[in-house]
Design a protein. Structure first.
Lengths: 312, 400
């Protein structure tokens, strides 16, 4: 696989505090790489260093094989960024906002017009081209923010928490749009603290905390890192202690909690855990209203690695 | 560049707050000035200032002073400036204490001008009298120098013929040169052409020129990664930072000039303000004054790492304080600063603009003072540009 971004031993300090600590990773052509970490973990700082907006103390950053610098215009032409904060002009309507930012990359008016229309279709703002930002809802504004960042059809797209404070409908729309961009061949870096989005979108994930990489891999590879195979949740009313103790002694059970009526059981690696539990409940004639099994999430991985929740 | 120029224009014209401060506010303020000061001016024109002169031996011996005050106090003269009482020192002090006069003049070894407060009448009395004394000194010096030259020539060549007309002409020329060199501007203060309204309008134009700095500031902030989110987008684009900022600043300058010329049109055609007839120089001063305001705004935008509201506050404060010192809130302030801290008005762009218009109106034929102000404004702008460019050379930030 061809590497499009290489970050080697990146260190960035704010005064004496390390915001990014000896970070090294690569981004491969055509993949969606997730940067997952809680607020303050160094995701945005890493992105700003890659974009040559921030000075950094140590390290080398190469994009498309060349060292990144503020004057590397040919490289910049290939990059599109959607920043965490909405960056649009309140005085310009939707179309003009996209046209302005796209015009910084594409001089040809006809080509630009086509790109703008493609971007508008991609984010679903066809009906709002004459609207001003203040007339748009939060979700639509985020979509405009994305359109402004990707209208020039870059090869590399960096999305810095694009779904923060977005309604579910707009979030789905945004995630669909990102999938479409990948299908068109874009390489994407996606930073977020929403693990569900990472699981849906990303081919590989880097988990960051306090400026350091904790783990890198596909979601499955990362889940292998935790000692949990599955989590089973059952809704049962008024379970007695002796029953709970019996379940606790089932094979592979790691831990068990019961808060009437929710029984949660985590299992270590092993097969047929759900089937064995259902057979036992049937045999003991214990009625239950709902039962389901879950694979461990990236939050469990983060919990295992750091001892804290991703959203702490 | 054209793309950025076009969109900066669009964003500036659609920014209602900016448009209010740069277009509407000066016009509203101008209207208030017109309503407030035209009445004051009418009453001021009838005002004759009550003063006293201590009638002692020294005053009686000073023929030039006696004659000058005789003319300025002549009741039959339409342009009578002073109502003069010739009294003894004790009486003069008493009159001043009783608030019956604005001040008195006492000629001793050195002349003393005594006033009790700092009102407009007191300032005019003090200023005019100082200038009269200054001119009298210049005249005495010129006569003394010329007499010495003449004596010297006679002693060298006793056959030198004495032509009284030539001698008078030479003295006259000497005095003229010395008066000009001393920048004596007694004429404009002592004749009643001096209009308070005019000074107010000059400071209003200065204010509008400097307010343009807010436009420049907003336009530059939109392009700086450490100042705005839009600036981050611009900074990561493959367009030179210098070109982007230059086109934004030019765009702001264009909007600013529209604002200033709208104010001119309004004051000339609606308020009937007379700025004189030298329009090319008026336009030149406006262009350079606006440039000074714009570069000041740009400099504040790039040098200070504080939020946009604070920068706007700084710009407004500098502008208003500058206009205050140049006489916007009272004509006396201009004279107080000129007399006591002349350097302050030499580095104050509002004062340079005001004084430029003032000199153009009152010394139309002598443009030395006008060009001095224009040059000062250009130097001021250049300094602002150099400081801004040094700050803008930074390509990356330590934090954003």
């Amino acid at each position: 696989m061809k590497s499009v971004i290489q970050v080697e031993n990146l260190t960035k300090k704010y005064k004496n505090k390390k915001a990014v600590d000896d970070l090294s990773f690569e981004v491969y052509e055509g993949e969606i790489l997730g940067l997952l970490g809680p607020n303050g973990s160094g995701k945005s700082t890493t992105i700003n260093c890659i974009l040559s907006l921030l000075n950094f103390d140590e390290g080398i950053i190469k994009v498309l094989g060349c060292e990144m610098s503020p004057n590397a215009y040919e490289i910049k032409r290939q990059i599109g960024v959607v920043f965490q904060d909405v960056a649009v002009f309140d005085e310009l309507n939707v179309y003009d906002n996209i046209d302005y930012f796209c015009g910084l990359y594409i001089k040809d008016k006809l080509k630009r017009k086509k790109c703008i229309m493609d971007a508008i279709h991609l984010v679903g703002l066809e009906e709002f081209t004459k609207y001003y930002p203040k007339q748009l809802s939060g979700g639509l504004l985020r979509r405009l923010n994305i359109a402004c960042g990707i209208a020039h059809q870059p090869k590399i797209i960096i999305l810095d928490e694009p779904t923060v404070a977005v309604d579910p409908q707009s979030r789905n729309n945004i995630l669909d749009g990102i999938q479409k961009l990948r299908k068109k061949g874009a390489t994407i870096i996606y930073t977020t603290h929403y693990m569900e989005e990472v699981e849906i979108l990303c081919d590989r994930v880097i988990i960051l905390d306090k400026g350091k990489i904790l783990a890198v891999g596909t979601t499955d590879e990362l889940k292998e890192l935790v000692n949990i195979e599955e989590k089973v949740t059952v809704e049962i009313m008024d379970l007695k202690k002796d029953i709970l103790n019996e379940i606790k002694n089932f094979p592979h059970v790691d831990s068990l909690t019961y808060q009437n009526p929710i029984l949660s059981i985590t299992y270590k690696k092993g097969a047929n855990n759900l089937v064995n539990l259902m057979d036992y409940l049937k045999k003991e004639s214990i009625p239950y209203t709902k039962i389901y099994s879950e694979r461990p999430t990236l939050n469990d991985v983060f919990l295992e690695l750091t001892g804290k929740d991703l959203r702490d | 560049m054209l793309h950025n120029f076009k969109y900066t224009l669009k964003t500036l014209f659609k920014n209602k707050t900016l448009i209010f401060w740069t277009f509407a506010f000066p016009i509203i303020l101008g209207t208030f000035f017109y309503m407030a000061f035209s009445n004051i001016e009418k009453s001021e024109q009838l005002d004759v200032i009550d003063i006293a002169i201590v009638d002692n031996e020294q005053f009686q011996n000073s023929e030039a002073l006696k004659q000058t005050f005789l003319i300025l106090g002549d009741e039959s003269n339409k342009e009578q400036m002073f109502s003069i009482q010739y009294v003894l020192l004790d009486e003069a002090v008493k009159l001043l204490e009783d608030d019956k006069i604005s001040g008195y003049l006492l000629i001793e070894d050195t002349p003393k001008i005594v006033v009790s407060s700092s009102g407009i009448n007191e300032t005019i009395f003090k200023y005019v009298t100082e200038k009269i004394i200054q001119v009298e000194d210049i005249l005495s010096l010129a006569i003394k120098e010329k007499s010495e030259q003449f004596q010297e020539e006679i002693s060298k060549n006793p056959n030198t013929s004495f032509d009284i007309d030539t001698w008078k002409k030479e003295i006259y020329q000497e005095v003229l040169t010395m008066v000009n060199n001393a920048n004596a501007n007694i004429i404009d203060i002592s004749n009643h052409n001096l209009s308070y309204t005019m000074i107010e309008f000059y400071t209003l134009i200065a204010m509008t020129c400097l307010y343009g700095g807010i436009l420049g500031m907003v336009a530059v902030n939109q392009n700086l990664a450490n100042m705005s989110n839009n600036g981050k987008r611009v900074a990561i684009s493959p367009t030179s930072k210098g070109k982007i900022i230059l086109s934004s600043v030019l765009s702001s300058y264009f909007v600013q000039l529209i604002g200033v010329f709208l104010l001119f049109l309004y004051t000339i055609f609606v308020l009937k303000v007379d700025y004189g007839t030298n329009f090319p120089l008026i336009i030149l001063l406006t262009l350079i004054g606006s440039l000074a305001g714009l570069t000041l705004g740009v400099c504040i935008a790039v040098v200070f790492q504080v939020n946009e509201n604070l920068k706007t506050g700084m710009m407004l404060a500098i502008t208003m304080f500058g206009c205050f010192l140049s006489g916007m809130m009272g004509i006396t302030m201009k004279y107080i600063v000129d007399s006591n801290i002349p350097l302050l008005n030499k580095i104050n762009p509002a004062s340079m603009i005001t004084d430029g218009f003032y000199s153009l109106y009152y010394y139309g034929s002598n443009l030395k003072r006008f060009y001095f102000n224009v040059s000062s404004l250009l130097i001021f702008s250049l300094v602002m540009i150099v400081i801004s460019m040094i700050s803008l050379r930074r390509q990356k930030y330590d934090s954003i």
